[in-house]
Design a protein around this ligand. Structure first.
Ligand SMILES: [Ca+2]
Length: 212
């Protein structure tokens, strides 16, 4: 017969396991992979700003103009594998146009959004949660505070936006973007874990009552 203490040890392990499962399941990722390489978007292809082009894991992707010296340009976006040596899966090329990522349909509170990028010249701009866009010569020059409550951490290949992100608009003149990931708030996971722990405790206590 199993010792009751074995159950006590098993409960936290189960919570950890369930929490990691929730975490793995709840990360939302948009990677452009459903778009066939060789697909172009923009003014010359009859496109207009706004319509949703792709939804992956409840993240909606569309295009908007890129502001260059005050003029809105809607030139060209492409998924065509020209940068396959850098991005092994289909990635989004932005050429005087802005990619819009709308996280409002993601079914959890977002704590962090990350995406991979490479710059090949020109200007870039970033707007988070609809606040005014920050324009930079290189994304590593982005300020830490990019919008109220949102902090940017930037290295040469990845941008991390910490805080309750619900919309990201990233534009550029020669910019490639891939693997946009939304990460849930730890509080969401802690609540889930605490809920599971409470259920296990109640069940264990009930079983002990039945035994005694
Ligand atoms: Ca990809």
């Amino acid at each position: 017969m199993r010792h009751p203490q074995a159950r006590l040890l098993a409960a936290p392990a189960l919570v950890l396991w369930l929490t990691s499962l929730c975490a793995a399941g709840q990360v939302a990722t948009l990677g452009f992979d459903p778009i066939p390489p060789g697909t172009f978007f923009g003014e010359a292809y009859g496109d207009v700003p706004g319509p949703i082009i792709l939804i992956e894991d409840d993240i909606k992707f569309s295009l908007a103009p890129f502001l260059f010296e005050g003029s809105p340009l809607f030139y060209e976006a492409a998924v065509d594998g020209r940068f396959a040596s850098v991005f092994p899966t289909p990635a989004l090329e932005l050429n005087n146009i802005t990619g819009v990522f709308d996280f409002s349909g993601v079914p959890f509170e977002i704590d962090e959004v990350t995406f991979e990028y490479r710059e090949f010249g020109g200007l870039a701009s970033l707007s988070v949660n609809g606040f005014s866009a920050v324009s930079v010569e290189s994304l590593v020059d982005l300020p830490v505070s990019v919008a109220p409550g949102i902090q940017a951490t930037v290295d040469s290949v990845r941008i991390t936006l910490s805080g309750p992100v619900n919309m990201v608009q990233i534009g550029g003149q020669e910019l490639v973007v891939d693997t946009v990931v939304a990460v849930p708030e730890p509080a969401t996971l802690l609540l889930l874990g605490a809920g599971v722990l409470a259920i296990i405790r109640r069940r264990t206590q009930r079983q002990w009552c039945l035994h005694s």
